[in-house]
Write a protein that binds this ligand. Structure first.
Ligand code: G6P
Length: 630
């Protein structure tokens, strides 16, 4: 949610192409408006636009607009925005300036006490031009510079007065060879090159230049200077003595340039759907012991005894991760006697929790590891005395750091805003967790071995499912293109998969659709079924298959169209003849694994439907991939 970038370089050069490229890499964080500031000697030059940086920022346009023949600079900052305070507009786009246009700031996060600060600053005569929370930051820096503090000291003092989350970069016209950054709750890393230092909200925006990085921790700031040698110094902004913090360089692992390019695919989302066999394989790799019929989860090893005795689990998550957690509830409850609740994080953090403190594990599921509601739920759970665990994709992210221990999902970089491979990787991690918990509670070695054998087949079966689904989902999306009412339906473990299918469909097509347990249809939603409606029914041949056939009959009797996703072993079954379109999945011995396969045609169905409507697949309107605000 919002992406920031800052570059400082030894020699003057045109930094706009690098700023634009990095902002494009960060577009998954927000794309409603963008901007940059160049520190041109003693002058700050700002350019802002509405819309995505990849389409709206280029050197020629900027030169023309700024009336410059050259746009060379030693320092530049940039930002792409996902509006929270004030509509997407040029005025609200970052960078924000102080009264004299001599300080520029880009910010990712939310300043909770901005209204009070703004009132005080206005009282002192400061003039604001935007509706954003961010704008208080350059004005505060302006005041402190006016007191004779350096830019670094002014940023530190400003940060001490801010409540909320921030990753920020600030420049001052009075310090033309300095870039100051600070971090509290929002991600920020520094890329180290020979000739320049690059600061960004994510490693994704740095990997195109270098794999050497310095991580900043919450509460820290860094002064990057190009006066003479290129140097950086890290300190804690809460420490008035500005004592230096030493930090080792690290290497970026787990992502490559290949991840930040679409390759042969037309969109990142399609690439990521086709990545699923590989990402699930990575999530499972080396994490089971066939002989013992058990999962091997290194990240949880210190808590093995604890997890062997828990009686309850709270899953907390948002969006797609919540749907994966709901599948997780079904899996864990069916394999063990643990009572599981899958809570939406924005609800969990504000409500009463009755599960016993000492016997309950809280598992936060998150792709980004920085979703504000999920992170706050973890903090709230810790305050209440629960042990917390992460099922997280981004290594070293806030949730990964905040939780006591966890499992990384190893999905690699996911750029499409609508989550796909993150979901199946979360399922893979949860399948392993469920095995571990079940083996500690009476599941036999033999059953464990069979479970692992089936688990190991999943990457291949995902590949097969992709092959089986590609053409039919295109055709079905075309066939039902004009349909007005769509419901996604299933029973048992298929209910959360139908919720995920509906979520994917809404995100991509902007069409409101429903998702219900099949048996609930007759208690209300059936009223919308007519011959203009489509029911997408998930019902592979498991123990609920026969009862689901009843519901199919009921939908048909009201004239509704049906797209059934079932398994190959149901072919020829008289009950399914009623469906207008049928897609057959490979047969699984372990029925609990069907969610992994059945989500594939649903992701593709939403994809093709949206494509036919001409939607922006990778960047649906109003959404962002990492939601770091409440
Ligand atoms: C946003 C994204 C969703 C995602 C949810 C949770 O709403 O648009 O795709 O599922 O956040 O994100 P997380 O990173 O915590 O899994």
């Amino acid at each position: 949610m919002c992406g920031i970038i800052g570059i400082i370089t030894k020699k003057d050069r045109n930094l706009i192409p690098d700023i634009t490229a990095s902002l494009s890499d960060l577009e998954y964080r927000g794309y409603d408006s963008a901007g940059l500031a160049l520190l041109d000697g003693g002058v700050i030059r700002v350019y802002k636009c509405v819309g995505a940086p990849s389409q709206n920022l280029n050197s020629e346009k900027i030169k023309k607009s700024l009336g410059l023949s050259e746009t060379n600079a030693k320092v530049a900052i940039g930002h792409n925005r996902w509006a929270t305070h004030g509509e997407p507009s040029v005025i609200n786009a970052h960078p924000h300036l102080d009264c004299r246009g001599a300080v520029a700031v880009v910010h990712n996060g939310t300043i909770l006490n901005y209204a009070k600060l703004k009132e005080e600053l206005i009282g002192k005569g400061h003039v604001f031009s935007s509706e954003t929370d961010t704008e208080v930051i350059p004005h505060l820096i302006e005041d402190y510079l006016g007191e004779g503090l350096s830019l670094g000291e002014s940023v530190a003092k400003t940060c001490r007065g801010l409540e909320g989350s921030f990753g920020l970069a600030a420049v001052s016209a009075a310090s033309p060879e300095l870039l100051v950054v600070a971090k509290n709750g929002s991600p920020l890393v520094i890329g180290v090159l020979k000739e320049s230092l690059i600061v960004a909200s994510s490693q994704n925006a740095i990997i195109r230049y270098t794999d050497r990085i310095i991580s900043l921790h919450d509460g820290e700031m860094a002064e990057l200077s190009a006066g003479g040698e290129l140097v950086y110094s890290i300190s804690k902004f809460g420490d008035a003595s500005s004592a230096k913090v030493s930090r080792q360089e690290e290497k970026i692992t787990g992502i490559s340039m290949e991840d930040v390019s679409k390759g042969e695919f037309e969109t990142f989302m399609l690439k990521e759907i086709f990545d699923e066999p590989a990402s699930v394989r990575a999530a499972l790799l080396g994490r089971s012991d066939k002989n013992k019929g058990d999962a091997v989860l290194g990240g949880l090893i210190d808590y093995s005894d604890y997890l062997a005795h828990i009686s309850h689990i709270y899953f907390v998550a948002c969006g797609t991760a919540h749907n994966a957690a709901c599948v997780g509830k079904e899996i864990i409850e069916s394999l063990s006697d643990i009572i599981v609740e899958s809570a939406i994080a924005s609800e969990f953090r504000y409500r009463k929790h009755n599960f016993p403190k000492l016997d309950t594990a809280v598992f936060a599921v998150s792709q980004s590891g920085e979703t504000a509601d999920t992170l706050e739920s973890v903090k709230e759970a810790k305050r209440k005395g629960y042990k917390t665990f992460g099922i997280v994709n981004v290594v070293g992210s806030a949730i990964a750091e905040e939780t006591d221990a966890g499992i990384y999902t190893r999905a690699g970089l996911e750029i499409g805003v609508a989550s796909t491979k993150a979901f199946t990787s979360q399922l893979a991690a949860i399948y392993l967790l469920a095995l571990k918990l079940a083996r500690e509670r009476g599941m036999s070695v033999q059953k464990g071995k069979e479970y692992i054998t089936e688990l190991e087949r999943l990457p291949e079966l995902l590949k097969k499912t992709l092959e089986l689904s590609t053409e039919p989902t295109k055709e079905i999306a075309r066939l039902y293109g004009g349909i007005k009412t769509i419901n996604f339906l299933g029973r048992g473990i298929h209910v959360p998969v139908s919720a995920e299918a509906a979520l994917k469909f809404k995100e991509l097509t902007y069409i409101e659709v429903g998702s219900y347990p099949l048996g609930e249809l007759k208690h209300g939603p059936m009223a919308v079924i007519d011959k203009e409606s489509l029911s997408v029914v998930l019902s592979p041949k498991d123990e609920l298959f026969d009862i689901s056939k009843n519901s199919i009959e009921q939908i048909k009797s009201k004239g509704g169209k049906i797209f059934l996703i079932t398994s190959e072993d149901a072919r020829g079954d008289s009950g399914i003849n009623k469906a207008d379109s049928v897609l057959y999945l490979p047969v699984l011995k372990e029925k609990l694994f069907y969610p992994m396969l059945e989500v594939i045609p649903l992701q593709l169905f939403a994809y093709h439907f949206a494509k036919n409507l001409g939607r922006n697949i990778d960047k649906p309107r109003n959404l962002a991939k990492s939601v770091t605000v409440e």
